[in-house]
Design a protein around this ligand. Sequence first.
Ligand code: GAL
Length: 328
Amino acid sequence: MKKVLAVLLSVLLAFSFAGCQSKPKTKEVKIGVAMYQFNDNFMTLYRQDIQKYFDELNAKDSSVHYTVEIVDGANDVNTQTEQVRTFISKGVDALIVNLVQTTSDALAKEIVNSGIPCVFINREIADFAYGDKTCYVGADARDSGTYQGQLIYNVPNHGDINGDGKVSYIMIMGDPENTDAQYRTEFSVKYLTDNGVTVEELFKQTGNWDQAQGQELVANALGSFGNQIEVVFCNNDGMALGAYEAIKAAGRTVGKDIYLVGVDALPEVCQMVKEGTITGTVLNDDVGQANTCCDTVLGLLAGKAPEKKVNYVPYVMITPENVDQYLK
Ligand code: GAL
């Protein structure tokens, strides 16, 4: 009897040991993601891409589990500051931060001083002193503006539909505090003037990246300037979608009596490029940026200093000729 018990016990021990071996303990990694606001077409895609990246890692490798908490800053500096402080006091392992405000570096400094690895995304603070554990991933907005100018330069008569020797345009801007809005506004027109095109600005207002505001502004501009408007530059596709509705409501036709360009290459806008209902857009590579950001987070978590303090993912000009590659 004693012998039987001893054998049973050793079998049980062997099993439990094998059990321990086949199931190593999962390492928990917490990542806090602070978005400037959820109500933004492009940043919604970006946020989903970040979540997907870590979901895929979790599915592939059970030895590490990433818990990703994504919060909505609701475009309010105080809300975002509280959210980031909560992440810091909870002791998250890494942060991804899409700042509400880039005209002040107060929150960014607080993050650097916390010692928590952080990748800032999408909204760049000019000349910021990143420590060893923080960096920025984004895109060079000058290029997106240049591509918008090029899209217009490439249409018949460079966009001078009425042949009066100048291209009369309206500019619908994103949040004017963002370098994206500033550079796209400047470099789109610069491409035309650098290439000898005479331009006339009829109207320039901010629609804060928002579709409804874009629609309202373009409707107002069309009401005031009517057929004088030959080109509508929108700093992003969200506002271009709104602009398109206003253009349609005014009985105008894109590609025939008016031109319209945006930036982001949202899936619905790529479809419009294919159909010819928008002149063109510029790919703001949300997947490329999200992957670069998350790869960098993993590097920082492994103790590696970021290779680049400011890492730009390229933009791509989207035309009817190449849009098929970008339709999702
Ligand atoms: C830009 C993007 C806009 C908006 C903005 C938010 O890069 O083109 O659509 O998302 O970021 O800061």
